[in-house]
Design a protein around this ligand. Structure first.
Ligand code: ADP
Ligand code: MG
Length: 676
């Protein structure tokens, strides 16, 4: 039985050596070979020379009608010339320094010449020469390395297709193929490698990209639905009681907040275990959404837990939520490291008995011998700060509690539906009304005096400022040194009129806490810091963010830093001092100046890094697709996601004959999210 899983060694002429060489391109099976697609094509469609402009790239099919002449001149230089019939006339063709073409270029041979047209001399300066015995008009060009030659690959793919084309099963369900007018798999693979023209290549690529996205999403969604099979709690809260609580909130929820509240509440009531990511830019109002979910959980008789990455943030949440829930059934308990043994014991007892029903803390929540009476909802704030392991531990504190992970890190949609594809994603893509966008200015370093004057001016008006010192890649020690130097210069310049403080990662927790509190209380006017500015520190009076050597920071980081200001109703400013040395660096500065929208910034970030080196793309977390471009083809990726989801939800989809290739595909990948 032939199968696409057969090793490439099944092909004629493929021994151990060739197989090893192919393996360097990650081609091991016939299937790998057939889906090793060209990166581009040479267009062999003939050019009408009578209409061709001087210096135009042209392609001509013709017969060689003069004995090709190879002339050598100078060291290693030579010229091959012959006359060629072209359409109704005859042209001269010359190739420089490609003496090996003499083998192909023989009198009376039919060839295709690709080159540059010299109109005055009616001559083509040849770049490529192809024997015209293949009928395709497009020549596939494959990405190769030093182990595998272009011609070898082309020959093997041809052989593989001829031998195996009858076992190429179509994976995409017929209704999707009809809906999007996609090709069957055999035609798609044929036309990817051997298209008859540009249109055929394009159509094949479209099918290939969709198939790739669809299979990827099918695997992710299969995992997601498998999670959903686990029994969760039905959190059956009283709707009007929840509505009454929402009415007590002193502001009107944004449309986006209302939408995500609905999404979360639907999950809470359902018998499934929720596994949802709530994404919203800094300041978009995630806390109140969490509060509503907590309230619903607690009035339904369950407990809720909220885990934050730092004590400062846990503290802030406890204070805020205690205020929001004053006079309700919600009893807030904060687990801290500074509790006495007795306080701690009492706290644990109250949690175990259910007397405390909203438990807030850091990762101590999962390390401590905390036993919940009946945990219904676990919320993780700033989820990217926690590992998968820690999230799992919190989940295990209850009997299948619903999980809500919140993050301020803007996730471009591409990432949200690839890297977080097994989670449901809710997005707050709207800011509360009345926020003033932070005004961002980019200054060159020889204008940094201006930044200092501006800062001085703002301080005189009572503002507080963050000053972020340059980042030295991969050296925390040097970063600290930098911050310390900058701090000393600032202290000399501003003190005693204004108080300058210092904050960096090597200070101990007490020192850090002290610096943050002094800043929050207004005892420090200028806080010089490394990027280790703790999350969640909210000082609405801070209105200036000055970042030195801003081009050393990535866009995401710059956006997060800028998010420290603009949190109150006062106009805030962000000053970027930078002399970017690359175009990409300039683009980053321009993006920061142009927008304060975290999504736009994140999308731009992905584009800039995606178009850069492969490493950068890998680091961005987007899976490496072979054909589809998750950024350019985002729409298609989204469509593929819902198509995959719908298919999996169709009763008995896996029993239908036509879906058997897909079922086999899923089994072979054992529901793996690893993308091959
Ligand atoms: P984040 O999403 O960064 O956690 P928060 O939840 O801390 O943001 O909200 C930031 C501020 O905006 C808080 O002071 C909160 O009370 C306020 N806020 C949230 N939603 C709204 C709204 N719809 N209208 C006005 N203010 C809001
Ligand atoms: Mg928050």
């Amino acid at each position: 039985m032939k199968s696409l899983q057969d090793p490439v060694a099944k092909l004629t002429g493929v021994g151990a050596k060739t197989a090893d060489a192919l393996a360097t391109l990650e081609i091991n099976t016939i299937g790998d070979l057939l889906t090793y697609f060209p990166s581009r094509y040479d267009d062999f469609a003939p050019t009408n020379l009578e209409q061709a402009a001087d210096k135009q790239k042209v392609t001509v099919h013709g017969t060689i009608i003069s004995e090709p002449l190879l002339t050598r001149f100078g060291y290693h230089r030579n010229r091959l010339a012959f006359r060629l019939t072209a359409g109704h006339g005859v042209v001269n063709v010359v190739y420089f320094n490609q003496p090996y073409l003499k083998k192909q270029a023989v009198l009376n041979a039919d060839v295709t010449v690709l080159g540059t047209w010299n109109r005055g001399r009616q001559e083509i300066m040849g770049a490529k020469l192809v024997s015209a015995n293949n009928e395709q008009s497009m020549g596939a060009i494959y990405p190769v390395n030093k182990h595998v030659r272009q011609a070898t690959l082309r020959k093997l793919i041809k052989q593989a297709f001829n031998k195996y084309s009858d076992v190429i099963a179509t994976l995409l369900p017929i209704h999707l193929r009809q809906q999007y007018q996609l090709l069957d798999r055999k035609t798609m693979i044929h036309d990817m490698h051997f298209p008859k023209d540009g249109a055929a290549a394009k159509a094949a690529r479209r099918t290939a990209a969709y198939e790739e996205f669809f299979l990827f999403q099918l695997r992710l969604q299969a995992i997601r639905l498998a999670h959903r099979q686990e029994d969760g709690n039905r959190i059956l809260y009283n709707n009007s009681e929840l509505r009454d609580f929402i009415k007590t909130i002193p502001f009107e929820l944004t449309h986006a907040q209302k939408r995500v509240v609905n999404e979360i509440c639907r999950d809470l009531r359902s018998p499934y275990q929720m596994n949802r990511l709530l994404q919203g830019d800094v300041g978009s109002g995630k806390t109140i959404v969490a509060a509503i979910a907590i309230y619903a959980t607690i009035i339904a008789g369950y407990q809720a837990a909220l885990m934050a990455p730092t004590e400062i943030l846990a503290n802030q949440h406890a204070t805020k939520l205690a205020k929001i829930f004053a006079g309700t059934h919600v009893h807030v308990g904060l687990l801290t490291g500074s509790m006495t043994a007795k306080e701690h014991r009492l706290f644990l007892e109250k949690v175990a008995s259910g007397e405390i029903n909203l438990i807030i803390g850091t990762h101590a929540l999962i390390q401590d011998p905390v036993h919940f009476a009946n945990l219904g909802l676990a919320i993780i704030d700033e989820q990217h700060r926690f590992g998968v392991q820690q999230r799992q531990l919190l989940r295990e504190k209850g009997k299948s509690p619903d999980v809500l992970a919140m993050t301020a890190t803007p996730i471009p949609r591409t990432l949200a539906i690839t890297s977080y594809g097994e989670m449901d994603v809710s997005v707050i893509d709207e800011m509360p009304q009345g926020r003033l966008p932070v005004k961002t200015t980019w200054l060159k370093s020889d204008q940094s005096e201006q930044a200092l004057m501006f800062l001085k001016n703002q301080l005189a008006q009572g503002a507080q400022a963050y000053v972020v010192s340059p980042l030295i890649e991969q050296s925390e020690k040097l970063d600290v040194q930098n911050a310390t130097d900058l701090y000393e210069r600032y202290a000399q310049y501003f003190e005693p009129q204004y108080k300058v403080g210092l904050l960096h990662g090597r200070m101990d927790a007490d020192e850090k806490g002290q610096a943050m509190r002094s800043f929050a209380d207004g005892k420090i006017d200028v806080l010089v810091a490394t990027t280790v500015i703790e999350v969640g520190v909210d000082n609405p009076n801070a209105t200036v963010m000055l970042i030195y050597d801003a081009d050393r920071f990535g866009l995401a980081q710059l956006h997060q830093l800028r998010g420290r200001v603009g949190r109150g109703d006062k106009q805030s400013y962000c000053l970027l001092v930078a002399d970017p040395k690359t175009e990409e660096g300039v683009a980053r500065m321009k993006t920061m100046v142009a927008t304060t929208d975290g999504f736009v910034v994140a999308q731009k970030d992905l584009e800039l890094r995606g178009s850069g080196d492969i490493l950068g793309k890998k680091q961005s977390g987007v899976p490496d697709f072979k054909v589809g471009d998750p950024i350019a083809d985002l729409k298609m990726l989204q469509v593929a996601r819902s198509d995959a989801e719908n298919l999996l939800k169709t009763p008995d989809w896996d029993k239908k004959d036509e879906n058997q290739p897909l079922v086999l595909y899923l089994q072979r990948h054992e529901l793996s999210t690893h993308f091959d």
